[in-house]
Every structure is written in C-alpha cells, then in structure tokens.
Design a protein around this ligand. Structure first.
Ligand SMILES: [Zn+2]
Length: 151
C-alpha cells in the first residue's frame, strides 16, 4: 500500500545510507542541489573504496535492480587527488547514482567539457574556476554560457 506513494527506486525495500568518511561530499552535493533550485536529500547510497574494472578508472557507480546504488572509489588515486578533483569525481558518480544521469561528451562554447558528466575527469583547477557552471549544469541539465570562465 505504501508503495503507491513511494518513488519506484525506493519501493519495497529498505533504503541504506552508508557513506562513511565521504559524508561531507554528500552534504555539499545536497547543498549544491539547493543552491541550483532542485533541492534533494540523499537517502539511498553507499560510498566506499573498492576494486575498479580498468586501471584508469578512479570511480564507478553501480546500480542494480532493487539494491542501494554503490559508488566505489579507487583508494590509491583518491589519495593523490586534490579537493577539487575529489569533489568533481564524487559529484560525477552521484550524478550517475543519485541523479541517474548518463555520460555527456559534448564540449561547450569555450572548448571545455560541457558537463561534469563527461566521461573523463576534468582537471581540478578548471573544475574549480567553472564550478558554478558545472554545478548548475549537473542539477539543471543545462547552464548559461556566461558562467563559463575558461582556463
Ligand atoms: Zn561516469
């Protein structure tokens, strides 16, 4: 009965939130969702270190039917990343696991990746300079060109 009121993703099973030391990134993700006009609360997500399928992968989102989405991060590369790249990586994976977005490869008018959902990690300093653009794009699916600052 309660299922009729629940979102499909959470219907019929317990939701799990187990993000350990990555909780501050989840809080920043929620804050960014509010700032960009689409407030959301992350209630069903696991984030942990784990084995990647390829050597170049730094993180992955696994979504299985009727299970809590899992973000896995590669521990040795995580240790070498700066804060901007860590946020970018986790926001990309939450883009998959929470927002259910797929990859978007297009460049924007400045020749930069048009989305944090592009398949490759954007360099930390570029992400940082264009953070408001990338966050607006992440939550709205589009962002005005005037927010692009370039290199
Ligand atoms: Zn991805």
């Amino acid at each position: 009965m309660a299922c009729a009121l629940a979102l499909a993703q959470g219907c019929g099973r317990e939701q799990t939130l187990d993000v350990g030391e990555f909780a501050p990134y989840v809080e920043r993700f929620e804050e960014a969702s509010r700032v960009n006009g689409t407030p959301l609360e992350v209630t069903d997500l696991v984030i942990r270190f784990g084995e990647m399928q390829t050597r170049t992968e730094r993180g992955a989102c696994e979504i299985a039917d009727n299970a809590t989405p899992v973000i896995m991060l590669r521990e040795d590369t995580w240790a070498l990343m700066d804060e901007a790249e860590r946020e970018e990586l986790l926001f990309h994976e939450m883009g998959h696991c929470v927002l259910r977005r797929t990859h978007k490869s297009e460049l924007n008018g400045k020749g930069l990746p048009g989305s944090i959902m592009n398949p490759y990690l954007i360099r930390g300093h570029i992400y940082q300079k264009n953070q408001s653009y990338y966050l607006r794009e992440l939550f709205a699916g589009s962002a005005p060109e005037e927010l692009i600052y370039g290199f």
